[in-house]
Design a protein around this ligand. Sequence first.
Ligand SMILES: [Zn+2]
Ligand SMILES: [Zn+2]
Length: 135
Amino acid sequence: MRSPAELTQAFRQTGLKVTPQRQLLFRLLHGNTSHPSADVLFALASEAMPGISLRTVYQTLNDLATMGELQSIDFGTGSARFDPNVTDHQHAVCNECGAVHDVHVSRAPKMSGLEGFDIHDAHIVYRGICADCAS
Ligand SMILES: [Zn+2]
Ligand SMILES: [Zn+2]
């Protein structure tokens, strides 16, 4: 995801409105590695800017996803999670607290069963108990 200033420009170029509420969401999402849900973002945004609507949060997330600035991933934790990191990476999900961590695989694992299969993308989700919950 690009910086809040760059996004403001990109939104305007696309003809999308840029409000202080949207700029707040850009700031909350930029560099965010916690993979927040829309509800979590809404709570954070409401603290900084009381009166912001959940609809604005959803619309902004939707616009950012359409522009390829973030990805929406359903880990089966109840609600979709949003990741401003759109570079290729995998995830580890805690079954206990729902925390989502970024996982970087440095070497492609040996695989079978994909012969002749034209792969467009791959996403591996590791599930288990995170270090915080395990201790
Ligand atoms: Zn956990
Ligand atoms: Zn991620």
